[in-house]
Design a protein around this ligand. Structure first.
Ligand SMILES: [Zn+2]
Length: 217
C-alpha cells in the first residue's frame, strides 16, 4: 500500500468514467486532467501528461507538490498541473479539480459567452454564473494566472476561452458532479438560444438566496 493510493484511485476512477462518457473529446483521448488535493498537505494526485486513461492503473497517477516536484510519480504530471496548483492556492474550499474538453461547454468557449444560472440546481451547486476565463495557451503560466484571477467569484465552474471547461469541488464527487451539471446547463442553454426565443431568467432574489446559502455552508 502506498501513502497516496486512495487519492490516486479516486482520480483514476473519475478520469475513466469521464473518458468513457466523452468528456475528454473521445474515448481514447486524454484531453483533460483531474486532480485531488491530499488532506492537510500541499500535495496533489493528478493525471499524468499525455497518456490515455482507458488502460491506466492507479499507480500511474502522479503525486506532486504545489511546485510540481514529484512526490510519487512514474510519469510527468499533466501539463496543466500549474493551473491546478494555482486553484488550490487561491481557493481553500476547493479540494478537487476537473478540467475537460466537453462538447457543449466548448461551444460557449468559442462564442466567448458566459452561462447564467438558469435553474435552481445551477445557482445552488455552481453559483450565479459560469464565467469565461480569457484565453492563454495550454499549460502556460499565463493560463494559470488567468484562472486564478477569476476565482474570486466563488463559483465552482468556469469555461476556458477556446479551450474547454473547469469544474471544482470540495471532493472528487462534487467536482465530478459539477462537470456533468455544467454540460447539462451548456446543452440546454445552447438549444434554448437556437430557438431564438427570449430566455427566461431566474429572479434576482433566487440568485441572492442561493449565494447566501452557499456562503454559509
Ligand atoms: Zn485542456
Amino acid at each position: 500500500m502506498g501513502k497516496y493510493d486512495q487519492e490516486q484511485k479516486e482520480v483514476l476512477n473519475c478520469a475513466k468514467w469521464l473518458s468513457e462518457h466523452g468528456y475528454f473529446g473521445g474515448f481514447r483521448g486524454s484531453g483533460g486532467n483531474i486532480s485531488l488535493k491530499v488532506a492537510d498537505e500541499n500535495i496533489i494526485a493528478i493525471t499524468p501528461s499525455g497518456r490515455p486513461y482507458w488502460d491506466m492503473s492507479f499507480a500511474d497517477i502522479s503525486v506532486v507538490d504545489f511546485e510540481l516536484k514529484p512526490v510519487d510519480a512514474k510519469y510527468a504530471p499533466s501539463k496543466e498541473a500549474r493551473m491546478h496548483a494555482a486553484i488550490y492556492q487561491h481557493r481553500s474550499d476547493v479540494k478537487a479539480v476537473v478540467h475537460t474538453h466537453q462538447t457543449y461547454a466548448s461551444i460557449f468557449s468559442i462564442i466567448n459567452q458566459s452561462i447564467p444560472a438558469l435553474f435552481d440546481e445551477i445557482a445552488n451547486e455552481i453559483g450565479a454564473v459560469i464565467e469565461i476565463v480569457p484565453y492563454a495557451i495550454s499549460g502556460s503560466e499565463e493560463l494559470a494566472q488567468n484562472v486564478a484571477d477569476r476565482l474570486g467569484n466563488q463559483c465552482l465552474c468556469y469555461i476556458l476561452q477556446n479551450h474547454g471547461a473547469l469544474s471544482l469541488g470540495a471532493g472528487i464527487d462534487q467536482a465530478w458532479k459539477n462537470t456533468e451539471l455544467l454540460e447539462k446547463a451548456a446543452q440546454v442553454y445552447y438549444h434554448a438560444l437556437m430557438t431564438g426565443r427570449e430566455i427566461s431568467q431566474l429572479p434576482r432574489e433566487t440568485i441572492d438566496y442561493f449565494n447566501k446559502k452557499r456562503e454559509s455552508s
